[in-house]
Design a protein around this ligand. Structure first.
Ligand code: HEM
Length: 424
């Protein structure tokens, strides 16, 4: 957004001083927007890979379908991963980064320890790298895979804008902004507002709890010792309390087991509006689920979303908003080559060079003096030099010049860094 705005600004100044006041106002607005945590910086568009990697979305869809066939709960895993990625530092695949000696990444923070589906993202990425190396970002893979997973689970089909770049930062401490399952509406909505998400987005997106599980550790206080009372949470349906007590150990017992239960006590693996009907029956599992029914600001929304049509329409809108959070651009991100690692930006010269093929001596031809093959000059000895940045390859467009009015959606090739660091 900033890049495009400053280009616009340049255009305005060319029109002369008459626009100075307007320009100043515009700059203030742009600066203000840029400081908001949720502003969309990169540009995304539906069909971004249509030219640069036409099969990208089909490959993702096939991989998700194949995983879903053996494990329908993968839809929940991907949905939660998408939320946890976008909410922290924007939708930039920072959630996928593995720990390194100097860095504890987001995936090692408390709320992220039970995320799942990383192996599926790896499988998709390796297929895409084989098809079009260095083109499809990991952030887009999560977004498209989530879209496909929702549809496979029975949820709405929707279009996903692509063109996100991957972030180069992933810190465990950044994930502290994820709301706690014990939040009330005030706490959760202010966490959402800090990312530019509304109260409506909160209620709609929590509808993702129509799929998947929760570990007992996230809610067992509601069964045994709600807010230090020594009693169950009075807003939980008593038969549900009894049933869950049969599954979840009392934390006071010191048990080390942490079983899981369905977040939606109606239909676990189906993306439908049953979550909201269950809240009306006081069958919400997490406190944040049940408070939606009990808070007068959100209970009318719960009621509205018991209608699947209304829920699906709003879900498409809110998940699109979520997917737009803090999108990285070519200037602030990269296309990661391995979703678990930030691309290396340094390069050491090779310690060996490929040698020329040996010269085979030819039989002498009569009358012609034999030619003594010349030894190829030995290469100068290589020293392990300092790690120097690899110069960016020259930009070579793969396409004929654009015609006026034509739009293309491919990544500028000069943003792709070296394919791998062969000499780490
Ligand atoms: C206030 C906001 C939220 C809180 C406090 C919250 C909290 C939680 C917790 C504690 C779990 C259980 C995780 C486990 O035991 O492994 C969970 C599961 C889940 N959450 Fe949320 N969540 C929130 C919003 C969302 C949103 C916005 C989405 C998606 C758009 C989402 C999708 C899911 C899904 C699908 C699961 C099931 C995961 C699985 O089966 O692996 N959640 N959530």
């Amino acid at each position: 957004m900033m890049g495009r705005s400053s280009k616009n600004t340049n255009r305005s100044t060319r029109t002369g001083g008459r626009c100075a006041a307007t320009l100043s106002l515009l700059l203030s607005v742009v600066t203000c927007l840029a400081q908001m945590p949720w502003h969309v910086e990169g540009t995304t568009t539906v069909g971004f890979y249509a030219t640069s990697c036409p099969n990208a979305e089909t490959i993702i869809q096939q991989e998700v379908q194949s995983r879903f066939n053996s494990d329908p709960t993968i839809s929940a895993g991907l949905l939660r991963m998408f939320f946890h990625d976008c909410f922290v530092q924007g939708c930039d695949a920072s959630i996928l980064i593995d720990p390194t000696p100097g860095n504890t990444p987001e995936k090692q923070s408390g709320p992220n320890l039970t995320l799942r589906g990383f192996d599926l993202i790896d499988a998709i990425k390796s297929k895409l790298e084989a098809e079009c190396p260095g083109i499809v970002s990991c952030a887009d893979i999560i977004a498209v895979a989530t879209r496909d997973a929702v549809a496979l689970a029975g949820g709405p089909s929707y279009q996903v804008k692509t063109g996100r770049f991957d972030g180069r930062r992933s810190k465990s401490s950044d994930a502290n902004i994820l709301p706690s399952p014990d939040s009330d509406v005030d706490q959760a909505s202010s966490a959402f507002a800090s990312q530019g998400l509304s109260l409506n987005d909160l209620v709609v997106l929590l509808g993702a709890h129509t799929t998947g599980f929760a570990h007992c550790g996230f809610f067992s206080d509601r069964l045994y010792n709600f807010q230090g009372t020594g009693q169950p949470d009075p807003t939980m349906n008593p038969p549900l309390v009894s049933r869950l007590k049969g599954i979840c150990p009392n934390p006071a017992s010191g048990s080390s087991t942490d079983p899981t239960v369905s977040l939606d006590q109606g239909t676990r693996d189906t993306f439908d509006s049953s979550y909201y009907s269950q809240l009306q029956k006081h069958n919400g599992i997490l406190r944040i689920d049940q408070v939606l029914q009990d808070d007068p600001r959100t209970s009318p929304l719960v009621s509205r979303f018991t209608d699947a049509g209304a829920f699906f329409t709003s879900f498409i809108s809110s998940i699109t908003t979520l997917g737009d959070l803090n999108v990285k651009s070519a200037q602030t991100g990269e296309v990661r080559l391995d979703c678990r690692r930030i691309n290396p930006i340094t390069h050491t010269p090779p310690t060996t060079r490929p040698t020329s093929p040996p010269i085979t001596p030819q039989p002498p031809v009569s009358g012609v003096p034999p030619v003594t093959p010349r030894k190829p000059p030995s290469p100068p000895p290589l020293r392990k030099g300092p790690r120097i940045p690899l110069p960016l390859p020259p930009f070579r467009p793969h396409f004929p010049p654009m015609r006026r009015g034509e739009r293309r959606h491919h990544r500028p090739h000069h943003t792709i860094r070296i394919p791998f660091d062969p000499f780490p």
